[in-house]
Ligand binder design. Structure first.
Ligand code: SAM
Length: 320
């Protein structure tokens, strides 16, 4: 069955016990159904609604997320106790069903069957955006294969929150999830990322932060990095420095409690591979038709070189 019609917002009598039942054209519009909180319940079109939830501050939930969680037939969540706290806070009484790594193989076909009957199902994780180091990928894949619409409700994610404050380039980013817990495997994984120009993002557990930073420093060298801890929570902290400086700070006893994202500058690849003669030739060409500033910018971008250095050289060549 194909889904994907946008919600009209029109309230019908569909209740959670009538999952998927739609009003027929011409049918009298039944009484509005309200939840315990008094919010109007409106039947949503059958689809999987992938809903981002706060990573700390409950105020970060979106109005659309609340409306959707209130109106779907069921909420598939990692831990009903965790999601229960969120729902209680906003007086949402929609039933929950567990969907996590340990029951997914059993729960997925049941959810797909309900979706095929026309149910509106929300997928949430304990915090942040589902599928981002959280369950849900196989459920979305199964929906896609079955022609069931998947509707994203964007919102908080520690990945994006960390990038927004790390102070490192965001034009290219590689999200590497959690590093392996053992040092040997961790160094091997990091080695595989060493030549990438993209900014690297890792999720990390507080008990491993020092050793992970040490391994990152040992493999990647003196790169700029940021440790973003407890984002959007009371003890939020953004600590910046080189990888070795950050490792030293935690070794010296800096607080490492809570939830952590490590952001690391990408490799300055290819910069050493371009020789001065090549840069000069490119600059001379560019200076024939462009201002010093434009020529420097064009060449720096084309040869993936630091702008400041190329600009300095362009000034010299421009005067000759
Ligand atoms: N799906 C989530 C998201 O969109 O960010 C991530 C879930 S993953 C299981 C949990 C990890 O995300 C934590 O161990 C931590 O590395 C990171 N994280 C989650 N909330 C965070 C926060 N408030 N501050 C910093 N890191 C956070």
């Amino acid at each position: 069955m194909k889904h994907g019609k946008k919600t009209t917002g029109r309230a019908t009598a569909s209740s959670k016990h009538q999952a998927g039942k739609q009003s027929e054209p011409g049918e009298p519009i039944p009484a509005t159904v309200t939840s315990k909180s008094g919010a109007i319940k409106a039947k949503l079109p059958g689809a999987l609604y992938v809903v981002a939830t706060p990573i700390g501050n409950l105020g970060d939930i979106s109005a659309r997320a609340l409306e959707t969680l209130n109106n779907v037939d069921v909420i598939a969540c990692e831990d009903t106790r965790v999601t229960g706290i969120l729902l209680q806070r906003f007086a949402i009484t929609t039933p929950m069903t567990p969907y996590h790594d340990h029951n997914a193989e059993r729960a997925r076909p049941q959810l797909i069957a309900r979706l095929q009957e026309g149910a509106a199902v929300a997928l949430v994780s304990d915090a942040g955006t589902p599928l981002i180091s959280d369950p849900g990928y196989k459920l979305v894949r199964a929906c896609a294969d079955a022609g069931i619409a998947c509707i994203p409700l964007p919102g908080p994610s520690a990945l994006v929150a960390a990038l927004s404050v790390a102070g490192l380039p965001t034009d290219q980013v590689l999200f590497a999830g959690f590093l392996p817990a053992k040092s040997g495997a961790r160094r091997e994984t990091v080695q595989g990322l060493k030549t990438l120009a993209a900014t690297l993002v890792f999720y990390e557990a507080p008990q491993r932060i020092t050793e992970s930073l040490r391994d990152l420093a040992a493999v990647l060298g003196p790169r700029a990095a940021a440790v973003c801890r407890e984002l959007s929570k009371m003890h939020e902290e953004i600590r910046r420095g080189t990888l070795a400086e950050l490792a030293a700070a935690y070794e010296a006893g800096a607080t490492a409690r809570g939830e952590i994202v490590i952001v690391v500058a990408g490799a300055a690849v290819e910069q050493a591979a371009v020789d001065d003669a090549e840069i000069d030739a490119a600059l001379r060409d560019a200076l024939a038709t462009m201002s010093v500033r434009d020529a420097a910018e064009t060449v720096a971008q084309a040869l993936n070189q630091p702008k400041r250095q190329i600009y300095a050289r362009a000034l010299v060549l421009g005067k000759k």
